[in-house]
Design a protein around this ligand. Structure first.
Ligand code: ACK
Length: 978
């Protein structure tokens, strides 16, 4: 047929074909692609004049094989074209993609009515290739294929044959292979390509798991596929995915994690590079080795520590390697009798760790430190000897007067791993003498009608040789008003002369060279109504202090008569003998302790005026007291001028004791009337807040006032202030009142620079002073201001007030400097005890410094009395030139204390200066122990004369010695006498 080729040539090179013959999806697996065959396909065409195999080229001019048929001019066409046998592989459902052109019958001129516009697609499954055999009835029809469109219209109006693509699904297929067949029944069709494929889910890696090529089932069901972890990884959760019929992977679940020392890189797990590590499985990257560690090899799970650096078991591998700490530094010891507080600084190098703790080892050393042995016995460490997290420990219950060495070691979490020798900080101390501990166990051996025999155990810590025991006992019902003291050499005693059938209370205390120890608790014993014979053994009555109730009553009657006569106190109001201990000489107005009143409100109303609260206007708060705020304000009393006042308030919520203590100050102050004692205006007790109203002191407390006006006053002004304080103190001592807390902070200054003593009270006195510290005996004492005997055994007297006055002189002359600067209280006690005294403040007149030294005499009887001080100061004020001679201050006073043994009047610049000054003074007055006769011939005074007036060391050759010790050395080793 001539027309055929010309008709068919139109099929192939139309522009519309381009691009449609190429790409297949990656999830499609071809079973047949006619395009891929370059040579003859060898398909069977039946009858032979039907389908014709023709060579052509595709859009890339690649040769391809096509089949055409176009017997449109003839009737009864039934032309078959059968493919070769196509193996099924694993396919369950196959797809047939046909690309073809099909002419519509109208476009063919002169066609008969036989022209068709479809062709049919068949298939047949077989287990094997059947060669050329072909039986059309064995084929099953898949579909009738029609062209979507035969032609497309170009912009120019040309009609172009269109390449149609049709895809048909066939399945399920089960046999090993199959044939396709195309039946033409009279159409004009060109089969350009035939592609047969099935779909699969292709190999993939998800979440570090590989999923193999997977062929979906023919049904709509998804195929669940289990993934396998990639090399060097492990399952964290089983990896799974579903393969859809469309060959797509769906719903990834689970994952794999890269092993230790491996990190994810793309879809693989790779080893860590050198210098990096990974210690646990996971999909994080390998980490750089932390400081002081290294990993020379690749694939490291951990980095090794550098030499002398370690990692404890608990340290994570991400932590830097660390090392043991260096030793503690700056160990300071503060010895208190038989205990010592050790304090040190954090090591300079903590080894890079925070878990530093300290161990303290106690060693007892022989003199010269040659032989040391571990401390035995009951040495107590507070809080503990090892594993200390703070840099301090208290070691108690040491032996008195014994050398100890303490080794303090710093440790951290890697100390145990280091083989380096350990580093200690050591400190060597010698404990002080200490009084024995209390007797704890007392046993009754025998009792009779008139005697009791007792024995007891030696105190647990005798702290020395026990010289004897003091046994104090009294009848229980006498309540200690009358008691007897015996002294026993051994640990037993018999108390004789007792009343039958009577209960006695008894306390024992031991005595060593260091003094008495604490008393035992009170033991109760009862004499028997029966009669026993007793032996007195080695007891010996030393002192019997009996003050019977009868005697007390008698004495009280006498004293009350006197008081009523001389002091104007109403005896009828408070006739109780408790007040007796505070009564001094008759005829002199004396201070009465408000605490001796059974009803304290009675005392307050006796000594303080009740003010009407409406007369008081509070202006502002000027400070804070122990019990509440201190305010300034005005007081306007009927028919009196308005005055400025200070108002101390008692904060709300107080207890009855607090109220009583608060008002006790007013009860005390109200008894005084002196220009240098703060004046009480009155109290408000019937309204709230409870108030104490005093005169207002514009310049506040003396210490702050001086600090605010450093170096701004003349010496005469300063001496004037000191004179005022001394005068106030003379008044108080004359009244029999011992202040106990005399210090610049407790002196108030008014606008005329008049200084007045303030801060009175009893129990409160030392409780509310921030300077007060607890002593070993339990009391609270402002150590720096207090005389040694008051610290040691609470011997508070006007003489101890004189010591404090000396400190106030020092404070005034140094414009509010802190006495003993930053020395610890313990060091102050020790230094003072060893004879050291504060050095003269800068530019301090020698006479004032001598006054200070006199106030600081160890023997309190040698200290000047306040009336002597007042007259000395009066003389200095009258002779200002006497103040010109300046005491030699050490070059750096902050760091120095003077050895009292060397410091004397000889601190004058020259003998000449000194003598010259003496001309102008009644000089003997400035020395303690001297009489107050005139001293008019001092220029002629010989050494003997000086001795007479109490000066024993004199002259330039005895100039103040440089007995000065740096405080730091002092703090560590105690002061070094020169
Ligand atoms: O240093 P100051 O200003 O003086 O701070 C304290 C504060 O109250 C707490 O005691 C001040 N103060 C106490 N009594 C008086 C007073 N009578 N006149 C003026 N200020 C006073 C003290």
């Amino acid at each position: 047929m001539d027309c055929k080729p010309s008709v068919l040539l139109l099929f192939l090179f139309s522009p519309v074909c381009q691009g449609h013959l190429t790409s297949h999806h990656s999830n499609e697996v071809n079973l047949l692609d006619s395009k891929a065959s370059q040579g003859e396909l060898g398909w069977i065409s039946y009858p032979s004049h039907g389908w014709e195999e023709i060579s052509g080229v595709d859009e890339h001019y690649t040769p391809i094989r096509t089949f055409q048929v176009c017997n449109v001019m003839e009737y009864s066409q039934n032309n078959w074209l059968r493919t070769n046998w196509i193996p099924r592989n694993s396919a369950q459902k196959i797809y047939v993609e046909l690309k073809f052109t099909l002419r519509d019958c109208n476009s063919i001129p002169l066609v008969l009515g036989t022209c068709k516009e479809t062709f049919n697609l068949y298939y047949m499954e077989t287990e094997e290739d059947q060669g050329d055999q072909f039986w059309e009835h064995q084929f099953s029809k898949i579909d009738t294929i029609a062209a979507d469109e035969s032609f497309t219209q170009t912009d120019l109006g040309d009609r172009i044959l269109k390449l149609n693509t049709e895809v048909r699904e066939v399945g399920p297929v089960a046999q090993k292979g199959f044939y396709l067949a195309f039946q033409d029944v009279g159409a004009c069709v060109a089969l350009v390509t035939v592609r047969v494929y099935f779909k699969k889910c292709p190999f993939t890696v998800r979440n570090l798991a590989t999923f193999p090529d997977t062929v979906p089932t023919d049904s709509q069901a998804l195929v669940e596929v289990r993934g396998s972890c990639v090399n060097n990884s492990r399952e964290a959760e089983p990896p799974r995915m579903y393969c859809s019929t469309e060959g797509e992977w769906l719903v990834p679940i689970g994952k794999c994690l890269c092993d230790v020392a491996h990190e994810p890189r793309g879809v693989t797990c790779q080893v860590c590079r050198p210098g990096f590590y990974k210690s646990s499985p996971g999909n994080l990257r390998c980490s750089k080795c932390p400081p002081h560690s290294h990993a020379h090899q690749e694939g490291s799970a951990h980095c090794s520590c550098e030499k002398n650096y370690f990692r404890s078991e608990a340290d994570p591998s991400s932590m830097a390697c660390t090392r043991p700490p260096s030793s503690p530094r700056n160990v300071i010891s503060v010895i208190n009798e038989t205990s010592v507080i050790l304090d040190w600084s954090w090591p300079a190098d903590s080894g890079g760790r925070k878990d530093v703790t300290f161990n303290v080892v106690c060693k007892r050393c022989s003199a010269g430190q040659r032989k040391c042995e571990a401390c035995r016995g009951a040495v107590r460490f507070l809080p503990r000897p090892a594993g200390l997290s703070n840099t301090t420990v208290t070691v108690a219950d040491l032996l008195a007067h014994t050398n100890y060495t303490f080794e303090i070691e710093a440790l951290n979490g890697v100390s145990a791993l280091s083989s380096e020798p350990r580093q200690f900080a050591t400190v060597t101390i010698t404990t002080n003498q200490a009084a024995p501990s209390p007797v704890a166990v007392i046993r009754k051996d025998r009792t009779s009608r008139n005697s009791i025999s007792l024995s007891w155990l030696e105190p647990e810590r005798p702290n020395g040789i026990i010289l004897d025991y003091e046994v104090k006992f009294y009848e229980k019902q006498e309540q200690e008003t009358s008691y007897t003291i015996l002294r026993a050499k051994g640990t037993n005693v018999t108390l004789n002369g007792l009343k039958p059938d009577t209960i006695y209370l008894l306390q024992i205390r031991a005595r060593t060279a260091a003094g008495y120890g604490g008393s035992s608790r009170k033991f109760e014993f009862e004499t028997s109504p029966d009669s026993f014979s007793i032996s007195s053994e080695n007891s010996q009555v030393v002192l019997v202090a009996i003050s019977s109730a009868v005697a007390i009553i008698l004495l009280s009657v006498v004293v009350y008569l006197l008081l009523g006569r001389f002091c104007g106190y109403s005896k009828s109001k408070h006739p109780d003998e408790k007040r007796l201990p505070f009564v001094r000489l008759p005829g002199i107005r004396t201070y009465v302790d408000p605490h001796t009143y059974e009803d304290p409100t009675q005392a307050i109303h006796e000594f303080a005026r009740e003010l009407d609260a409406s007369c008081i206007a509070i202006d502002k708060v000027v400070g804070a007291g122990e019990f509440g705020e201190v305010c300034s304000g005005r007081l306007k009393q009927p028919s009196k001028k308005e005055t400025c006042v200070a108002i101390k308030t008692l904060k709300s919520g107080y207890t009855e004791t607090q109220r009583r203590d608060f008002l006790s100050e007013a009860s005390i102050m109200g008894q005084f009337d002196h220009p240098n004692i703060i004046r009480l205006e009155g109290v408000v007790t019937r309204n709230k807040p409870v108030m104490i109203v005093t005169e207002y002191m514009e310049n506040g407390s003396l210490d702050c006032f001086l600090r605010r006006h450093d170096a701004q006053f003349t010496v005469i002004q300063l001496v004037g202030m000191l004179r005022g304080i001394a005068s106030g103190m003379k008044y108080l001592s004359d009244m029999g009142y011992v202040h106990r807390d005399l210090a610049a902070r407790n002196i108030l200054v008014n606008s005329n620079l008049v200084c007045k003593v303030s801060d009175f009270g009893l129990s409160r006195v030392l409780e509310d002073d921030p300077e007060a510290a607890y002593t070993t005996r339990g009391g609270k004492i402002p150590i720096r201001w207090t005389a040694p005997e008051a610290i040691a055994y609470r011997k508070f007297t006007s003489a101890s007030d004189a010591w404090s006055y000396g400190i106030v002189v020092w404070e005034v002359m140094s414009y509010g400097e802190r006495p003993y600067w930053e020395m610890s209280n313990q060091d102050v006690i020790k230094a003072v005890d060893e004879g050291y005294r504060l050095p003269p403040p800068m530019d301090c007149p020698a006479a004032l410094y001598q006054l200070m030294l006199d106030c600081w005499q160890k023997d309190r009887n040698n200290r000047p009395k306040f009336d002597q001080i007042v007259s000395l100061l009066d003389k200095l004020i009258r002779n200002p030139s006497s103040l010109k001679i300046i005491a030699n201050a050490p070059s750096s006073p902050e760091n120095m204390l003077l050895d009292r043994t060397g410091a004397d009047i000889a601190t004058f610049c020259s003998m000449g200066d000194w003598l010259e000054s003496m001309h102008t003074l009644s000089c003997k007055d400035i020395f303690n122990g001297a009489s107050y006769s005139s001293c008019n011939t001092l220029a002629k005074t010989s050494t003997e004369d000086f001795k007479q007036v109490g000066v024993t060391i004199l002259g330039p050759q005895k100039k103040i010695v440089s007995s000065i010790t740096a405080l730091e050395t002092h703090a560590k080793n105690g002061p070094v006498p020169v």
